[in-house]
Design a protein around this ligand. Sequence first.
Ligand SMILES: Cc1cc2nc3c(=O)[nH]c(=O)nc-3n(C[C@H](O)[C@H](O)[C@H](O)COP(=O)(O)OP(=O)(O)OC[C@H]3O[C@@H](n4cnc5c(N)ncnc54)[C@H](O)[C@@H]3O)c2cc1C
Length: 860
Amino acid sequence: MKLQISSLLLASLASSTLAAYNPHSQHKHWLTSRADTSDDVSKVNNKDFDFIVVGGGVGGLAVAARISENENLTVAVIEAGGDGSEHEDQIYIPGYSYLNGLTVSDYDWNYKVVQQQVINGNDQTFGSRWPRGKGLGGSGAINGLFWCRASSDEYNAWNTLNPDSRIDWGWEEMQKYMKKSETLHKPSQEHIDTFNINFDEEYHGTDGPIQVGWPYYIYDPVKHWIPAYDSLGINIPEDGASGNNHGPVITTSTINPSNMSRSDPKAGYIDPLPPRPNLTILTNHQVTTVDFSDEKDADGNLVANGVYFGKTDGSTDSNDYFRATANKEVILSGGTVNTPQTLQLSGIGPEDLLQQYDIEVKNALPGVGHNLQDHAATSVYFNTNVAETWYELKDDQTAAVELEKWRNDDGKSKWSYVNQAIAYPDANDIMSDQLDNFSSNIQNNIDEYADSVKNMYNEDDTVIAGMREQWNITHGYLDKEVGQLEMLMTMLGGGPGEIGFQLAIQHPFSRGVIEIQSKDPFTHPAIDPGYLTHSADMEIMRQGVRFAIELSKAGEMGDYITKQENYNNNTDEAIDMAIRNDAHTEYHPLGTAAMLPLNKGGVVNTSLIVYGTSNLRVVDSSIIPIEISAHLMATTYGIAEKAADIIKTHYSQDDPDERNKQGSSSSEEGDGDSGANKKGIAIGVVVGIVGLATIGAVAWAVRRNMKKRAWAHSMAVSTGRGVEAEGEGSPTWGYKEGSSANLTGGVGAGGLAAAGAGAGAVAVTSQSDDTLSPSRPSFHSYDGFDGGAGVAVSDLLTNGHGYGVVPQHDFSRSISSIERAEQAQAQAQAQAHTHAQDEYQQTPSLSSTHDVHTTPLFKQ
Ligand SMILES: Cc1cc2nc3c(=O)[nH]c(=O)nc-3n(C[C@H](O)[C@H](O)[C@H](O)COP(=O)(O)OP(=O)(O)OC[C@H]3O[C@@H](n4cnc5c(N)ncnc54)[C@H](O)[C@@H]3O)c2cc1C
C-alpha cells in the first residue's frame, strides 16, 4: 500500500514537473525550485565548493547533477551564456529550433574556422561558421536533437588506444551509461508501420533524465528512406543503438513526448530537480583560467585550487577577475573548443605556443588543442513531386498556425518534426569495386601524411604517435561494418518541394588544431579543422555524393524525387570542386583533450584527469580520442554519466556519516540509518504539515529499503566478502579484466588530502593511468543517500527513481483528426503537383552543368 502511494506520488510529481519543460504549457507546476540558478556573481565569487564545473552544457550539467545527488558535496557550475529564458521557443520547440534556431545568435559562440587549405569557405560563407552553444544546455540546447550511438567497434577502439587502462571505455560500458542517461518513449504503431521504424527496447534506457522518442508529426516522404536502402541491398539495423548502426534508421530524437518539447541538458538534468541547495549555477560568467596552488602534491602534480572568471561581456577588468575555490576538483566541461583554450591559458599545453603568448608553462602537454577531428559535410539537393516539405513552415501564416497548435495542444504540431532519417553506409556500400585500391593507397601514404601533419601544426612526436594508432584503427574500419559516411535526409531544401541528403565523412584521416591566438580569454582561439587535408577524406566524400544520387533513384524514393539540383557534373574534378565550395562542419568536433596515453599525445588519462595534475578533470566531448559514426550528444552524456560514477566512487569515503555507518554496522539488518530516520521524523513533527509528514514517511520506507541493499553491497566490497558478479552488483565504471596496469593505493595529496579523504579512498596519481583501487567501495554505496523527511522525496527523485517517470503519450488517440486532415491536404497537393520523376529517373546520374547551391541544415 505504502509503495502504491509512493509510486502515485512520484509519478504525479514527476509528470507535473515534466510539464514545466514546455514554457507555454498550462500544466506548469509548482515544483520548479531546483538548483540555485542566476547570474548573481556573489553566490560564487569568493566562495568554496567541492567541485567547480566549467561550462553548463551536455557534459557539464550532467556531471554536476549527478555529483550533487550527494547532498554532502557542493557543486558550482559556471556557464558563460545565459539561462535560455530569453530563447525558450527556439530551444524547446523542436522544428522551430531548426528553422528559427540559435546558431548565429547570442546563444552561439559564433566561432569561425581559419581559412582552410582544401575547402573554399571564407569569412563570409556558411562554410567558415562553427556554431557551439553558449548558455545553459550548451550545444545540447541548440542542436538538431539527433539521439544516436556509434557501433560497438568504435567504442571498443577507445580501449585499444588505452591498452594499459583498468577503466573500461568499451561498448558495453558506454552503452550502459548512455542508457543511464535516457528514457525511451516508443513510437506509435502507426509510425512504426508507416516509416519502418526499427527499435528494440533492450538497447535503450528506461529511467534516465533525457527523454527520447519520435515527433508527433513526421513528413510522409520519410517513409521512403528505409526501403530505398533495402532496394540497394544495404543492411537495415535492428536498432541504431544496438552496437551495429550500419545502414539506415529513423532514429530517436531528444524529444519529450508528453508535450513534444526538446529534452535538453537543462530540461533533463536540472529542471526536474527538487530543491538542491548544494548545486549552484552561475550564468553569464566565463571562466578565464584555472588557479593552481604554488605547491604541488607529493607526486609532483599540479593542484587546482579553483578558477578565475569574469563577466562574459568582457567588462570585468583582468585585475578584478572573480575567484572561487574548489576543495576537491575543477572539472572542465567547456567543450572541444573551450576546454583546450582554458587549459592553454592556464599554462597547460604545447610549450612553444604558451611561450609565444608569454604564459607561464605549468605543464608542457603537446596534445592540448591538437588531434582535432570533425565530420565535414555537404548536401545534395533534390526537387520532389510533393510540394509539402519543411519549407512550408517558412510561410508566416502556416508557421503561426502550427505554433498555436504546439503551444495549446501538447505539441501536436508540425513544429514537433525534426530530421530523423539517417544512415551509416560502410566502405563496401559506397566504393566496393575500388575499396582494395583505396585501402592500400591509404596504407602506403600514412608516413607521408604524418610528415605533412607534423609540418602543418608543428606537431610533437608523441601526438603523431597517437595519430598513427588512430589511423591504423580508422584504416581497419574499411574492412568492417562501420559507417564511413552519415547520410541524412533533410526535409528542407532551397525552396518549396525541395529536400536534401546531407552527407558527412565519419572517420576522417585529416587532423586539425585549436590554439589560442591571444592571452585574452575573451578572444576566440584559432580553429583549424584541417578539413579534407588527407586525400582519402575527399575521396570518401566524392563517393558519398555519388551514393546520394544513386539513393535518390532507389525504390519509391525515385518516384518521389524528380530532379537533382546541385552536384550536376559527374567528373571527379567537378564533384571535388563542388565539395570544396560547400564543405562545412557537421558540428561534431572532438579530440582536443584526448583520452590517450601520455606518450601518445594524450591530455587526460582514462579517469579523465589531466596529466600532471592531481585534481583537474575534463568531462566533455573533447576527451573522445577518435571520431565515431554518430552525432556526439548521446556519447557525451554517456561520458558524463560514467565520469560521475568515477568521481563519486573516488569521494565516497568523504561522507563521514557513510563511513561511520560502515564502521559500526556489520550486518544487512543493521540499523545504521536510524539517525537519518529520526531526523526525518523530527522534521515531519516540527513542520507539522500532514502532507509533508506523509511524504516523508513514505519516502523513508522506500529509502530505508534501498539503503539496506546498498549497505549490504558496500559492506561486501569493503570487507572483501565479494560482490555479486558483473551486472548491477559490480563497480559501475567497469574494470577491464586481466589488465596488468599498476594500481597505486596512495591518495593524491591535493584534492583528496584537502578533502580529508578517509581510509580506503584512493585517488589518481595523474601521471600513471587509472589508479582506482580494487578495494574501493562501489558507487552503489551511494544509493539511497541520506536526507531528512522533506528531502527524502527529493532523494528518491534524484537517485534515478524520479527521472523519466513520464506519462506515456497516447499516440493512437492523438494522431487522429489533425493528422487525417493534414494527410488529405497532402494528397490533394501531391495530385496537383506535376509528376516529373520519370524524367529524372531517365537522366544520367549527373548532368553537365555545375551549379553549387546549398542550404545549411540550420539557419544561416
Ligand atoms: C548546431 C549543432 C547541431 C548539433 N546537432 C547534434 C545532434 O543533432 N545530435 C547530437 O548528438 N549532437 C549534435 N551536436 C553536437 C552536440 O551537441 C555536442 O557534441 C555536445 O553538445 C558536446 O557537449 P559538450 O559538453 O562537449 O559541450 P557543450 O554542450 O557545447 O557545452 C559546453 C558549455 O560550456 C560553456 N563554456 C565554454 N567555455 C566556458 C568558459 N570558459 N566558462 C564558462 N562556460 C563555458 C559553453 O557556453 C557551453 O554551454 C550539434 C552541435 C551543434 C553546435
